[in-house]
Write a new protein. Structure first.
Lengths: 288, 355
């Protein structure tokens, strides 16, 4: 489309723009990585250095104790565990309830389909903060436990989205598949479980990943519901309250190490499933 | 035969309802019922975990949150001469303290802002300055960050849409900020905003001579919102760019080829082809981000906590720190109405395909 090949100046300018964009997008993460490899005295050097350097000799000097501190921190490790439990359970629950509803909405004929779809679409925009006080009261009254409360309330943003995207996917599947299964004597639910569900595997992976990341990321509910049970804190809350193992001031070296530790797995996951995630993000926004 | 098929469709209908039960049950428990609770509690003076009796107080919470008043500030009068007192150093008229002018009943009003019109000085008073400020902060944050994200997102999308080596890598890089937990990105930027040259921005600004290298970005009120907007723009521009990119790829290449034949230059092509055809995707992306920005919580809570509120973080403060459940509920309802209005607009603009 563009004819940069013919003009070396325009071509190098174009690549310069690309370079600037890449630096902009990656730099904060690089800075966190850089800071995570500095000791307290290296962190308090002025001006701050682009690579960890020894304060006296100015030679490059990596400091790895921050990472030890992160994994020695009970709170952080427990946070990782809590986040894993909560995000995984949220994903499974959202996919189960969501695929059931999506099958009905995408493939079955019934009265009240249009209003149901409208309700689901409206729910994708539901502001979680509105019901914060109501949910908090319910959770306290029923004594639900912070982890279970998070899993249940995370349905607020994962379930409508999952249902909406999967419905669109089910609708695209040819009706002939259902008809021929019916001729063979399969009940509609058997058709769903044995034939349609395997066909939707790509959409399940996409919505599952997005649900997992959304739950992994969630802060407002996690912060609110764990005020009564600090042991259930997930990663975002644990990082906010991180007090450090070794440092005496606010332990930014360890915080940055923790930031790197929780970001790298998600980034790897995202890069592996890049295409699916982009497809899911745009489907979620363009179609609902 | 006819009976058989109607049985079949009846069965299908039954199955459909049964399949919808789990999803709708969950949504009723976590959305519909608590929403009703919040609406109800917003009309009471309910306090969290307190033995005080809860009273029905009607619209008082809303009234207190949203009450604004404007009063004229009279100049201070010298009692002996009857003339207005003039500050000797600045040569300006001295005015009464706003506290004396603003009403104290039914609530104590506090000064929000002062301004001059036609030589008179006025003061805007509010019964809950924190809430009005949080509303204002949220709106500024939303408008500025969504505007910048759209502009930058459009730029990045246009660049990535052209063919070049390393396009795949570029798309991968775009997902990195999106994949970082919001709280983590807030802490990463908090560290870059450190108020001395151990922080990245102060180091950089000092090096280029913009400042002395001791700017307290998160403590000085004029830098607080711009700092937060910078974090949000970094974090969500890639998302915006991806949505716009999806829209760009829907535009058929033939249109550009035809324009090329007609001798239209790139800039003209952008304004006559790209922008009009991109409008639907752009509108969706814009509204999507606006709804999201209006309920911003994470960056405000992590980076400013009680120094400055967004609507959501003020709601959290009222609920958890002040234990003021009635008031928190009223704030929740106001956010709901605001976002609901936007969402209706969104659905209207798009229309829903059901079949």
């Amino acid at each position: 489309m563009n004819k940069f090949r013919e003009n070396p100046i325009r071509r190098s300018l174009f690549y310069l723009v690309i370079l600037i964009i890449v630096i902009y997008l990656l730099f904060p993460f690089y800075w966190a990585l850089n800071s995570s490899l500095k000791s307290e005295s290296q962190l308090s050097m002025t001006p701050a250095t682009f690579v960890p350097r020894d304060p006296q000799t100015n030679e490059i000097d990596f400091y790895l104790t921050n990472y030890e501190g992160v994994f020695a921190s009970d709170k952080f490790v427990r946070g990782l565990f809590n986040s894993l439990v909560v995000a995984t359970s949220t994903t499974i629950l959202a996919l189960t309830a969501g695929s059931f509803a999506a099958f009905a909405l995408g493939k079955l004929r019934f009265k009240g389909k249009t209003p149901s779809l409208y309700i689901i679409l409206a729910m994708t925009m539901f502001p979680q903060v509105t019901v914060l006080s109501g949910l908090y009261a319910i959770i306290n009254a029923l004594n639900l436990g912070a982890r279970f409360s998070m899993i249940l309330t995370y349905m607020l943003f994962t379930l409508p989205f999952t249902t909406w995207v999967l419905t669109a996917f089910f609708r695209e599947l040819p009706i002939e598949i259902m008809q021929s299964a019916q001729v063979d004597g399969a009940t509609p639910f058997q058709t769903f479980r044995l034939i349609l569900l395997p066909l939707t595997a790509p959409a399940l992976v996409t919505t599952g990943l997005l649900s997992f990341i959304a739950a992994w990321n969630e802060y407002l509910f996690a912060l609110t519901f764990t005020t009564i049970d600090p042991a259930a804190r997930t990663v975002p809350v644990a990082i906010q309250y991180f007090s450090g193992q070794f440092a005496r001031q606010e332990p930014f070296g360890e915080i940055m190490a923790a930031a790197v530790v929780v970001t790298v797995p998600i980034v790897v996951l995202v890069l592996i499933f890049q295409r699916r995630i982009v497809a899911g993000l745009t489907a979620g926004a363009v179609k609902g | 035969m006819a009976k058989g098929s109607s049985d079949l469709s009846k069965n299908e209908q039954k199955l459909a309802y049964r399949l919808l039960i789990p999803a709708f049950l969950i949504l009723i428990i976590i959305a519909v019922y608590p929403l009703g609770q919040v609406f109800y509690a917003s009309f009471t003076d309910k306090e969290f975990a307190s033995s005080e009796q809860t009273n029905f107080i009607g619209l008082e919470n809303y009234d207190k949150l949203l009450s604004l008043t404007i009063k004229e500030l009279p100049p201070k009068i010298n009692e002996e001469t009857g003339e207005p007192i003039i500050d000797e150093e600045t040569g300006k008229v001295e005015y009464e303290s706003p506290i004396r002018v603003l009403p104290r009943k039914p609530y104590l009003y506090r000064p929000l802002n002062e301004f001059n019109i036609f030589g008179n000085r006025y003061v805007i008073g509010s019964a809950d300055t924190d809430f009005i400020n949080s509303l204002w902060n949220t709106i500024i944050f939303t408008v500025a960050s969504v505007f910048l994200e759209t502009l930058l997102g459009l730029g990045i999308a246009l660049v990535v849409n052209s063919e070049f080596k390393g396009r795949g890598v570029m798309r991968a890089v775009m997902l990195v900020p999106w994949a970082v937990i919001t709280v983590v990105s807030a802490r990463m930027w908090e560290w870059m905003f450190e108020p001395s040259r151990i922080g990245f921005f102060n180091m950089l600004f000092e090096k280029f001579g913009f400042s002395s290298g001791n700017t307290a970005f998160l403590s000085m009120s004029e830098y607080q919102l711009p700092s937060l907007i910078a974090v949000d723009v970094w974090k969500t521009t890639p998302f915006m760019a991806l949505l716009i990119l999806a829209g760009l790829q829907l535009i058929p290449n033939e249109l550009y080829e035809a324009a090329e034949v007609d001798g239209a230059n790139k800039i003209r092509q952008f304004f006559t082809i790209t922008l009009p055809l991109l409008k639907p995707s752009l509108a969706v992306a814009l509204i999507f981000r606006t709804l999201d920005a209006l309920r911003v919580f994470d960056v405000f809570q992590v980076m400013l906590a009680q120094k400055r509120y967004s609507m959501a973080s003020y709601n959290y403060f009222q609920l958890i720190s002040a234990r003021n459940m009635g008031m928190a509920s009223a704030i929740g309802v106001i956010i709901f109405i605001l976002i609901f209005a936007f969402a209706v607009l969104y659905i209207k603009m798009l229309g829903v395909e059901t079949e």
